[in-house]
Design a protein around this ligand. Structure first.
Ligand code: ADP
Ligand code: MG
Length: 265
């Protein structure tokens, strides 16, 4: 039989640079099949961490990028019309629960409130998923685990206490300068001088967070700036494109960031 989770399997080891003991802690949580909440600012490595862990544990990773249209029905599944007949199609959560994958609900706070109806019974000792539209109660596979992420800086008030109390939490932040420079070098192949200069700029922008900027430059943005430089763009132009333009529409903030860029390169 075809492996229904085949497309979600991770073939090669995703590079992840551990920041603390998060890998060991996650393994312990997975051993007990405890649901895990990954908290942290955007672009700090949460998704990469989980890809790495799923690979390490040999489990497929079924990822859902939640948005404000994501309903319980989207997670669970739907009837589809195929050649004049209706056929049930498992949604990502059902697929993972049925066949033993790790289901990752990225940015869970974005999803509609009705998703808690399907998350709750899966995150307590029942480990089951009511699939009402299919008139079915799915008992989660022994290998199934649920992981969700959210960014406490944005919309955190919307994760209900009754939901968050069901999870263990791992907190993520931007790494130390040296580690972050290492990540940039690994991810894009730039040298240590450029990586360090980009990291210094990123850290400066993070100090503006809360002072007009919602968030500073993420590790992801710095990796992209580095990639642009590798593609032949000058460092200053790369930073304007990868950091300054996406971070703000405010003219004064843009000028302040641009000045920081010019001072750095
Ligand atoms: N600890 C890390 N090890 C390796 N790469 C990292 C790490 N932290 C961040 N990155 C880089 O930053 C990018 C964004 O990370 P990602 O996991 O997508 O962030 P998040 O899910 O927190 O928004 C990754 O694609 C990777 O290039
Ligand atoms: Mg992510």
């Amino acid at each position: 039989m075809r492996d229904p989770l085949e497309v979600w399997r991770i073939a090669a080891e995703p590079y992840y640079r551990p920041i603390g003991d998060e890998c060991t802690l996650f393994e312990a949580a997975y051993a007990g099949r405890l649901p895990v909440l990954l908290k942290g600012p955007t672009g700090c490595g949460k998704t990469r961490f989980l890809e790495h862990m799923a690979w390490r544990l040999g489990r497929p990773l079924v990822t859902v990028a939640c948005n404000d249209d994501t309903t319980a029905g989207d997670l669970v599944g739907r009837w589809i019309l195929e050649g004049g007949e209706t056929r049930w199609q498992d949604g990502p959560l059902t697929l993972a629960a049925r066949h033993g994958g790790i289901c990752y609900l990225d940015e869970i706070v974005e999803a509609r409130a009705d998703t808690s109806v399907v998350i709750h019974p899966l995150t307590d000792t029942r480990r089951m998923l009511p699939v009402e539209r299919h008139n079915e109660l799915v008992h989660a596979h022994p290998d199934f685990a649920l992981v969700v992420s959210y960014n406490p800086g944005i919309g955190s008030g919307r994760l209900k206490a009754s939901t968050r109390q069901r999870f263990c939490g791992l907190e993520f932040g931007y790494p130390d300068a040296e580690v972050e420079a290492d990540i940039l070098m690994q991810e894009s192949g730039v040298d240590v001088e450029l990586a360090s200069a980009l990291v210094a700029l990123g850290r400066r922008s993070r100090r503006l967070a809360g002072h007009g900027l919602e968030e500073g430059a993420s590790t992801r943005m710095l990796v992209r700036a580095a990639a642009l430089v590798r593609a032949g763009v000058s460092p200053a132009a790369a930073c304007r494109m990868a950091l300054v333009a996406p971070l703000t529409d405010d003219a004064a903030l843009r000028d302040a960031l641009s000045a920081a860029v010019d001072a750095s390169f």
